[in-house]
Design a binder for this molecule. Structure first.
Ligand code: AMP
Length: 484
């Protein structure tokens, strides 16, 4: 096969690490990007996580840095030569781990810095000198200000998941960081989509970039079975349980649109006897890494997460993804369902659609260019939602619900990025966010059921250990306070 790594003439130290990783041939993004990056040209790459993008930029970058390899213990001999910027801690950690693996037989040093962790250990590492620095923008600026990181010898900068960095509001931070770098450098920008904002960013900071596009952006993998089920909010958990039971699915990601909803849903599912963990921006770094580890080890069945927290996580073989909430951005739908059906495995993506979600489903239809059918799943006791005809209406025929427009801004919390943009951390305070319509409407007693729907009569399985997600029951009034 022509896409063999042996065609690249990688240095033996790098080739050995690649062989140890078990890679047999290059992925499409690698086959296209590596030869270009080896020539030192700027690249604008449309590729999503899961395509092998990290190796696509880090292998050629390491290869070009080998000329600086040296065994000296002097920090001055190990200045930062390559900077890789990512939007979230998890992604930074994941990319840094991969780079460490690829560089393990070289004398090049790498380190990762991100917010939410003590700065001291990061400072010690930086002071010793590193050639490759992986970072989230906010924490990197902290280190620059503290004079722990000097970037005047950077030769390569990678803006990874650039669209997400802009979504989160990192543009001012990126601009500041880029202003510290030498003009003479190679810049690589990777983004899931080439929106006008991304093109503007590229226009300002890239020089004659080579554009590489491996899969059509917004394409959903053909290995993922996509289902849309009508479900009123109160029925959504039952739909999830039915799908899990009917299909014998053991593990799944469940996506929600807000951190409040994330914690609340995780606790409800725990009460129903499902081993669940929550992953969102208000969790400490330690809690998040533990939740991920537990999921990877199979100690947790359901990982309830927000988009930013879960973006790009490389967890293999997730059999199913549920969209408990239809995402506000259609592009997030593509990212979410990309968590399943990876590497050719089959996967299931179930989206739970309530009547007010019609417009959002219409947005997804337009993006993925596929007519979507919203089905009704028969639940044991109550119908799951309105009759199918209602869902047959074209989304465009309906007015956009004002509440959805509002929620798009209010509910999306950039702090989910865990390393919030600087202006949000400093003096500038945006209008209060985190408003959740659920918390704003007056309490309404359930129609006729005497027990809340999250307390089923027969839990699926009795679990002996009580999860950290379960808090002692509180009175209803207490539930409406901001403790979530
Ligand atoms: P990435 O898109 O960089 O996050 O990579 C996704 C996953 O693909 C990671 O687990 C990589 O170790 C793996 N991977 C990267 N390149 C290859 C390759 N050429 N062959 C097989 N697996 C790969």
């Amino acid at each position: 096969m022509t896409d063999s790594f042996s065609n690249l003439s990688l240095a033996p130290t790098l080739a050995r690490a690649v062989a140890e990783m078990g890679y047999e041939s290059m992925t499409p993004i690698q086959a296209q990007a590596i030869p270009v990056v080896l020539t030192g040209q700027d690249v604008m790459g449309a590729a999503q996580t899961g395509t092998g993008k990290t190796a696509a930029f880090s292998l050629p970058l390491l290869q070009r840095l080998l000329k600086h390899e040296n065994p000296s213990t002097s920090p001055a001999r190990h200045p930062v030569r390559a900077l890789v910027l990512l939007p979230t801690r998890e992604l930074a950690d994941q990319v840094a781990q991969q780079i460490k693996m690829y560089a393990k037989y070289t004398q090049l040093r790498s380190a990762v810095v991100f917010g939410g962790m003590d700065m001291k250990p990061q400072t010690l590492e930086l002071k010793k000198g590193v050639e490759v620095l992986v970072a989230t923008p906010g924490r990197l600026l902290d280190h620059i200000e503290a004079k722990n990181a000097v970037l005047n010898q950077v030769e390569y900068v990678v803006l990874d998941e650039a669209d997400r960095m802009l979504d989160i509001g990192f543009l001012p931070d990126l601009q500041r960081i880029l202003s510290y770098l030498p003009k003479q450098r190679t810049t690589l920008l990777f983004s899931a989509t080439f929106s006008p904002e991304i093109k503007r960013l590229a226009g300002s900071y890239l020089q004659n970039p080579i554009t590489i596009e491996v899969a059509r952006p917004n394409e959903t993998a053909s290995t993922v079975e996509q289902r849309f089920y009508a479900a009123q909010d109160d029925d959504k958990r039952r739909v999830i349980r039915k799908v899990l039971d009917d299909r014998g699915i053991k593990q799944a990601f469940i996506f929600v649109n807000s951190k409040l909803g994330c914690g609340r849903l995780a606790r409800s599912l725990e009460r129903e006897g499902l081993r669940t963990a929550a992953l969102h921006g208000d969790k400490s770094q330690d809690e998040r890494l533990k939740a991920l580890e537990a999921f990877k080890k199979g100690e947790v069945d359901l990982l309830v997460c927000t988009d930013v927290a879960a973006r790009g996580l490389d967890i293999k073989d997730v059999p199913a993804v549920f969209n408990f909430d239809v995402p506000f951005n259609a592009e997030d739908y593509v990212h979410r369902i990309g968590r399943t059906g990876r590497a050719g495995a089959s996967g299931l993506a179930v989206t739970l659609v309530s009547p007010s979600d019609a417009r959002l489903v219409g947005d997804i239809e337009k993006l993925i260019k596929k007519k979507l059918e919203v089905e009704t799943l028969q639940l044991d006791t109550r119908p799951a939602g309105p009759p199918p005809e209602k869902w047959g209406e074209r989304a465009e025929d309906r007015p956009r619900a004002r509440s959805q427009e509002g929620r798009r801004r209010d509910d999306y919390d950039p702090r989910d990025a865990l390393d919030a943009p600087r202006e949000r951390r400093g003096g500038f305070r945006p209008a209060p966010i985190n408003r959740d319509p659920f918390f704003e409407k007056p309490y309404e007693a359930p129609a006729q059921e005497s027990s809340p729907s999250w307390e089923p009569t027969a839990p699926r399985a009795a679990r002996s250990s009580i999860s950290a997600n379960i808090k002692p029951k509180r009175k209803v009034a207490a539930l409406f306070k901001s403790g979530d």
